[in-house]
Design a protein around this ligand. Sequence first.
Ligand code: BJW
Length: 249
Amino acid sequence: MELSDNLIREFRPSKKVVVLTGAGISAESGIPTFRGEDGLWKRYRVEELATPYAFQTNPKLVWEWYDWRRGIIAEAEPNPGHTAIAEMEQIFPDFFLITQNVDGLHRRAGNSEIIEIHGNLWQLRCVKEGTVRENYHVPLLDIPPTCECGALLRPHVVWFGESLDKEDLARSYNVIGECDLLLVVGTSAVVQPVASFPLMAKRRGAFLVEVNKEPTPISSLVDESLIGKAGEVLPALLGLIKEAYRGRQ
Ligand code: BJW
């Protein structure tokens, strides 16, 4: 893969950098993506598993699916793509990560300036009280799990047809609206409202870089489309950034 000097110049540490990730960043950790040949939506029906209606109709089925996914994620480790993004947070004083992933691997890799905009699969929310608690049992002790108040607990994630957390969304719009550089990694860029973030950044005048194993709907919008696996492209990119700016901030 050719990473040009011009591209590396865009990664000056003085820039405000935002990274936006999707399921593709965790694919090399063994976590299935949603779309594409091996994606979850090829094998499962989204309406039966990832909507409020599905949970109302069959909470047990929904929880069995999430319990299965939690089992896969519990066995997974952050990969070199996650690690490279964690190192970027150390290099760029003005850095922010927005992830659509619910697996928690970015935090495990070391990122702290992060919004998990579709929630986190290790958090459970009471459908009655709205209270959120962490739960790392794999498998879950009871399916469906319940709150002390007797009501059902649900995964603290954002399903189709649900609004994203207002504060997370406002903060995301802020950082996107101020960034100089947006690095979009491993997302099919079809799920709104996150899919519109690259266009917002472009309108603001930011430089856009995409890393994906195949072209996506935003490939024609971005300034550089790097086709390859995130776990290979990101460490290579990071290596060149470190070499170019060693000792300089
Ligand atoms: C690699 C790789 C490697 C692989 N290296 N790359 C406007 C117009 C039309 C519709 C809507 C609209 N506004 C809202 C909607 C409805 C809906 C929507 O967007 N639908 C579209 C699909 C048409 N949006 C919503 O409902 C959202 N809510 C909302 O907007 O509220 C207001 C509202 C509601 C209703 C109507 C109007 C307004 C909520 C969206 C919630 C998404 N939830 C999920 C599940 C989360 C919980 C869970 O995990 O179970 O979030 S769905 C799923 O998709 C998950 C992901 O975060 C999200 C995005 O997927 P992602 O990450 O892009 O993964 P993939 O699989 O799609 O792509 C992987 C990519 O990686 C691919 O490109 C590969 O090539 C690549 N790749 N290996 C690099 N090694």
